[in-house]
Design a protein around this ligand. Structure first.
Ligand code: SIN
Length: 283
């Protein structure tokens, strides 16, 4: 079987067919898959229907797996495989809430955030529940040079939940909360492989900007977020059962959608690939 790469967007994203991820992934295929992720930032493999063990093997192609942060969303027999489901969060005023709403990059409060995250669609509502991705490299490239100069070199403290978070997070016990780190992260990162600059934003976790008055900092964060989440930077994935997707958290932000009928169950396996400390882009 020959691997076929179909672009999903003019700037990023690729659908990969002609591979069977349930079979042994040899070194040649593994290295092509890693190169494809580096080149396209989001990869979608339709119709793979991986079980947790096969999904774990797939994830390990991209590096060492990162433990799940929330044990209550972790499969009992597979500590590196978590899940996202319709029932993870309580309803708010009768309305469905899902984990991963609002564009974000995963676990940005960790010193070494995951380099990649992957999902397998196990059960999907008939309408809605898509995952959206935006290219934060292109969003950075399109900023006026003066604004690029202003944001390069800035840092933001990323915490468990920002005091201005637009989304709800899982409620944690004091003991669990105490274990969750906070870290300063660059506002503009350099990709470790391509060297490309990218905006590094997570409005759910960013607690201002170091050395900047509070209101000015949030105004800047919000305007960068609005810029980066324009539809021209977006690929929207409409899930089919069995799809596998993996994305590079240093190149794209992603968001889940609570726009489906809560009577229709949505359930995906999820894993993360460990990353390194982020590098600030050079001005
Ligand atoms: C996530 O943010 O990892 C969840 C994405 C999704 O459920 O669509």
């Amino acid at each position: 079987m020959a691997m076929i790469v179909h672009p999903l967007h003019t700037q990023f994203g690729a659908q990969i067919t002609g591979v069977d991820l349930k079979q042994v992934i040899d070194d040649t295929l593994a290295s092509s898959l890693r190169q494809c992720l580096a080149d396209h930032a989001v990869l979608v493999f339709p119709g793979q229907s991986l079980n947790p063990a096969q999904f774990q093997t797939f994830g390990e192609v991209f590096g060492e797996l990162m433990p799940q942060q929330f044990k209550n969303y972790t499969l009992e027999d597979f500590p590196f495989i978590g899940f996202n489901s319709t029932n993870d969060l309580p309803r708010k005023n009768g309305k469905l809430q899902v984990r991963g709403e609002n564009y974000h990059t995963d676990h940005s409060n960790e010193l070494c955030p995951p380099r990649a995250t992957a999902l397998v669609a196990v059960q999907i509502p008939s309408v809605g529940g898509d995952t959206q991705f935006v290219d934060v490299r292109q969003a950075y490239d399109d900023l006026p040079p003066k604004l690029q100069q202003q944001v390069n070199g800035l840092r933001s403290l990323h915490v468990l939940q920002s005091s201005r978070s637009p989304r709800s997070f899982t409620k944690l016990s004091d003991e669990e909360r105490a274990k969750i780190p906070s870290n300063l992260q660059p506002l503009v990162i350099a990709h470790p492989i391509s060297g490309r600059s990218a905006l590094y934003l997570n409005t759910g976790r960013m607690e201002g900007i170091q050395g900047m008055p509070e209101q000015e900092a949030y105004d800047l964060i919000n305007s960068l977020y609005e810029h980066a989440t324009q539809s021209k930077y977006e690929y929207r994935h409409r899930w089919q059962v069995g799809d596998v997707a993996i994305w590079d958290n240093r190149s794209v932000m992603h968001q889940a959608n609570a726009d489906y009928d809560p009577e229709q169950y949505r359930y995906l396996y999820r894993l993360m690939v460990s990353g390194d400390a982020l590098r600030a882009a050079q001005s």
